[in-house]
Design a protein around this ligand. Structure first.
Ligand code: ZN
Length: 257
């Protein structure tokens, strides 16, 4: 169920977890542990998958976003995510679903409320300052990295009092696999030089993980990497590998309740 996970009791009071494809109830190419795609997967199956993950993590509530590759960040609190609406991770047309915030970063100071970004090749970045009681999560794909979603998320955490922030970078398509057109590689690496890469077959590529790590370092945030390459590991969801049939993994961060 998890490619990497750290319990709050062993991680300074902050829980961190990155799911894989295993241990859920979805059918077909999804997984079986698909935490996204309620448009084409069965919403009941996705809800059951979230329930299994919540039980495994020991968290009662999970907040998610309607992700659009932006640099927008939202504060998740009792107003945006009321305690009497469990199961709010299912947005849009899902039965009982909340209308999800449209953004790619989120922050909270609410203990026991897990933040979850969903990915299948893009970079999930989890952040925390446990002493200040602030956590954050960002969905950092090519567009988000270039647009500065990580800086925006760190800024939002600092507005809440975060000072010493640590980051966990989850599984994503690596710089040897993420081939892009040459002009696209040049445009992104002009903004974030550390993304410059070459595919293992010698063409232009982007290393988004290195880009995220460098952006975080410039913000004074030390990061560690977990989970490896999504495209190379069939235990992980990959949009590049599986196309429209790809499911989504979840990256979770929360303050001990
Ligand atoms: Zn790779």
């Amino acid at each position: 169920m998890f490619v990497a996970a750290f319990e709050p009791s062993a991680n300074g009071g902050v829980g961190v977890a990155f799911t894989d494809r295993l241990g859920g109830v979805s059918h077909g190419s999804y997984g079986p542990l698909n935490l996204g795609r309620t448009d084409s997967d069965e919403p009941d199956d996705v809800a059951a998958n979230f329930s299994l993950v919540r039980q495994a993590l020991g968290v009662a509530r999970v907040a998610t976003l309607h992700q659009v590759h932006s640099a927008d960040v939202v504060l998740i609190d009792e107003e945006t995510f009321p305690a009497d609406r469990p199961g709010g991770e299912l947005g849009g047309s899902a039965p009982g679903g909340l209308s999800l915030p449209v953004a790619d970063g989120m922050v909270t100071t609410t203990p026991g409320l897990a933040l979850c970004v969903r990915v299948a090749d893009c970079v999930p970045v989890l952040l925390a300052d446990p002493a200040a009681g602030v956590v954050g999560a960002a969905h950092a794909g090519r567009v988000g990295v270039a647009a500065g979603v990580l800086a925006a998320t760190v800024d939002a955490m600092r507005d809440l009092g975060a000072d010493r922030i640590t980051a966990w970078i989850g599984p994503h398509v690596c710089g040897s696999c993420y081939e892009v057109p040459e002009e696209m590689a040049e445009a992104v690496s002009a903004l974030v030089p550390e993304t410059a890469s070459t595919s293992r077959w010698g063409t232009a590529a982007l290393d988004l993980g290195a880009g995220c790590e460098a952006q975080l370092a410039r913000l004074g945030v030390a990061a560690t990497r977990h989970g490896g390459c999504t495209l190379e590991n069939e235990r992980l969801h990959s949009h590049r590998r599986d196309g429209a049939g790809a499911g989504r993994m979840g990256a979770f961060v929360w303050l001990a309740g």
